[in-house]
Design a protein around this ligand. Structure first.
Ligand SMILES: NC(=O)c1ccc[n+]([C@@H]2O[C@H](COP(=O)([O-])OP(=O)(O)OC[C@H]3O[C@@H](n4cnc5c(N)ncnc54)[C@H](OP(=O)(O)O)[C@@H]3O)[C@@H](O)[C@H]2O)c1
Length: 341
């Protein structure tokens, strides 16, 4: 299977390592021989129609260089600014994988990469929430119209199969509502506050441990959880919604004293994303004994279904290898579906 890979950072490199470590198993169990024919990073691109050597590529990134420094069996390479995306996506390949940075304002550059890939008949896997949060209904329609598969398991819950659990394991049931903790950074900060820190100290600790960005606004003001909620609401509950339909607020104003009072009554505060008759992300009081009440960077989602009642799925919400494993799941599904055609 030939793959064009957009982005070669934490997740892109983890995916390359996963392919290297699983290559025999992928072939014997699923009949897949993945071949990455092009990689693009912020500065450059490289194409090798016979397939890029992933070990060499990883070594180049370890030395903090761009993929255009790669020089083994190269068909074409150059600066990203000079790249014609239409030409690149006309390459012979079955799949385009997008692991470029998320942009929740415009969705770019990922939105253009994905739409161009779809128009060129490439199946798409993305770990990037931005385009889906802003344009889920139209992207799904575009993919259907062009008869291609658009997969996005990694966008919600990192490696935890939250979307697949609801879509496949609860098939036939009617999911009436869902609520969840969709952002590990805010959950880590709130857990720290339960342990006695005030908001600023808890945030600084999250930054030191690498869980929060230098500008943590996307997480702590609720944007990231809102984007994931949009994806869940569309995919699991057939709501045709985008970011503008979510009412959201973050955790900046939560006080340690407020948290302490609730803890004494057996409750805590969590940033809860919910889809029922409303679509909202807000700090809520949650019983400490609620299965949703997970600690640290964990994510959890409770689905309220008509016949099976309430079911909660819990797991790590991020991490390079975890996210790469979700991309690999999508790739295997694409391979299986292509095999049926
Ligand atoms: N990390 C996680 O745990 C996790 C979990 C779930 C989802 N995700 C999502 O996965 C995506 C990738 O995350 P990450 O952690 O791997 O990010 P990252 O480490 O920042 O990597 C981003 C990659 O994209 C490249 N890039 C930047 N601008 C580009 C452009 N205009 N065109 C092509 N490539 C470009 C960067 O190039 P350089 O190498 O030159 O900088 C880098 O290789 C994001 O959308 C993120 O939200 C991440």
């Amino acid at each position: 299977m030939r793959i064009i890979l957009f982005g070669f950072g934490i997740v892109g490199q983890s995916f390359a390592k996963l392919l290297l470590s699983r290559s025999d198993d992928l072939y014997t169990r699923y009949g897949i021989k993945p071949r990455i024919v092009s990689v693009i990073d912020s500065k450059g691109y490289v194409i090798s129609q016979t397939g890029l050597d992933l070990e060499r590529l990883l070594q180049i990134k370890k030395n903090r260089k761009s993929v255009y420094e790669y020089d083994y069996n190269v068909t074409l390479k150059g600066l990203r600014d000079e790249l014609d995306i239409d030409d690149l996506l006309s390459l012979d390949a079955e799949c385009m994988i997008d692991v470029t940075p998320s942009n929740l304002k415009s969705g770019e550059p990922s939105l253009s990469y994905i739409t161009t890939a779809i128009k060129h008949g490439k199946n798409v896997i993305t770990a990037n929430k931005g385009p889906l949060a802003l344009a889920f209904p139209s992207l799904i329609e575009l993919a259907r119209y062009n008869n291609i598969m658009l997969k996005f398991s990694a966008t919600v819950g990192g490696g935890t199969p939250i979307l697949e659990f609801a879509k496949h394991c609860l098939k036939g049931d009617d999911i009436r509502a869902l609520r969840g903790i969709l952002n590990g950074t805010t959950n880590y900060i709130l857990t720290n506050m339960e342990n006695g820190l005030d908001f600023n100290d808890a945030l600084n600790d999250a930054k030191e441990k690498g869980y929060a960005e230098a500008d943590p606004s996307l997480d702590i003001d609720g944007y990231d959880a809102a984007a994931k909620l949009v994806i869940l609401a569309n995919w699991i509950m057939n709501r045709k919604v985008t970011m503008k339909d979510v009412e959201f607020s973050g955790i900046r104003d939560i006080k340690k004293e407020e948290m302490n009072k609730l803890l004494k009554k057996g409750y805590t505060i969590k940033l809860i994303a919910e889809c029922n008759d409303q679509l909202a992300v807000k700090p809520r009081e949650v019983l400490k004994s609620d299965p949703l009440c997970v600690n640290g960077t964990l994510n959890a989602v409770t689905f309220v279904s008509e016949h099976s009642g309430e079911l909660t799925i819990i797991g790590k919400g991020a991490g390079g290898m975890e996210t790469a494993s979700a991309i690999l799941r999508d790739l295997i599904e694409i391979r299986e579906d292509l095999g049926k055609i």
